[in-house]
Ligand binder design. Structure first.
Ligand code: AMP
Length: 284
């Protein structure tokens, strides 16, 4: 595996490779969620580029950016072990050189839930850096996690609207045994906060079966005050819909999660359960 830091070097390298290129954009501090994306790219494509860039433009809170976990050496060894061909780890001034003045913004979707909480700059920061990565790497397939469901919806819109010639592949959320979604931020949780954080996936499941109020009751039991808990459409992020989404700060660590609910719609199933059977799927 080669570590590449500049765009000319990346371009020169990629002109020499053959076959389908897979891109896994990340901010580092790898865990099994990132590993599943790199594994999927390795299985599906011929040349795997993992990008590692903690993108200042998508952080609304400078303290969050400052405290974001970073360990390039460990990340490089994981990426290499999983068979990545390139770790693209540019410096901030490579991505945002002097005079940089362009923003890619998806209207509407970027302004609700995560967008409303983190401010309109968050998804614009995500879209701008991902659009740049798409242009730098020109992947055939780009891999993202369902863990960040609204990010997936925003990026799908961007890819469609701007005619990026690539496929988006969305990988399921990887979870701890108690259901907590893996996140680079989990390392910041104290043992007490870690126990409390298990309330998030529980609340999503209960909300899925009993509605938002029932989910909020679970969060209260765990002493969690959410920024939002909602049942929304997975494409528009408008309520109502089958995707249960939550965001909450536990201690000083902001966490998000989601689960997709499948409601039985066939007459036979409806006959068996007049309320309509509800099952919570592991996120696709
Ligand atoms: P990040 O480094 O947090 O920007 O995440 C890089 C990619 O990994 C994004 O597409 C995330 O959605 C994905 N990801 C983060 N956590 C998980 C997880 N627990 N399961 C699956 N994918 C994840």
């Amino acid at each position: 595996m080669r570590t590449i830091r500049t765009v000319p070097e990346l371009r020169a390298h990629l002109t020499r490779v053959e076959g389908r290129v897979g891109l896994v954009p990340t901010m580092g501090a790898f865990h099994a969620g990132h590993e599943s994306l790199i594994g999927a790219a390795r299985a599906d494509t011929d040349h795997v580029v993992v990008s590692l860039f903690v993108n200042p433009a998508q952080f609304n809170d400078p303290r969050d950016l400052e405290a974001y976990p970073r360990d390039e050496r460990a990340d490089a060894s994981i990426a290499q072990e999983l068979g990545a061909d390139v770790l693209f780890a540019p410096a901030p001034e490579t991505v945002y050189p002097d005079g940089f003045a362009t923003t890619v913004r998806v209207a509407g979707l970027s302004d609700v839930l995560e967008g409303a909480q983190r401010g309109p700059g968050h998804f614009a920061g995500v879209c701008t850096v991902v659009a740049k990565l798409f242009n730098m790497v020109r992947p055939d397939v780009a891999y993202f996690g369902q863990k960040d469901a609204q990010q997936v919806a925003v990026l799908r819109r961007m890819v469609e609207d701007l005619d990026f010639p690539l496929a988006l592949e969305v990988c399921p959320t990887v979870r701890e045994p108690d259901g907590l979604a893996l996140s680079s931020r989990n390392v910041r949780l104290s043992p007490g906060e870690r126990a409390k954080a298990a309330g998030l996936p529980q609340a999503l499941r209960v909300a899925a079966e009993g509605g938002v109020e029932a989910g909020l009751a679970v969060l209260r039991e765990y002493g969690i005050e959410p920024e939002y808990l909602a049942l929304v459409d997975p494409d528009t992020f408008e309520a109502p819909g089958p995707l249960a989404v939550v965001a909450a700060t536990v201690g000083t660590t902001r966490l998000i999660d989601n689960v997709l609910i499948e409601r039985a719609a066939t007459p036979e199933r409806r006959g068996a359960d007049p309320k309509g059977a509800v099952s919570v799927l592991p996120t696709p």
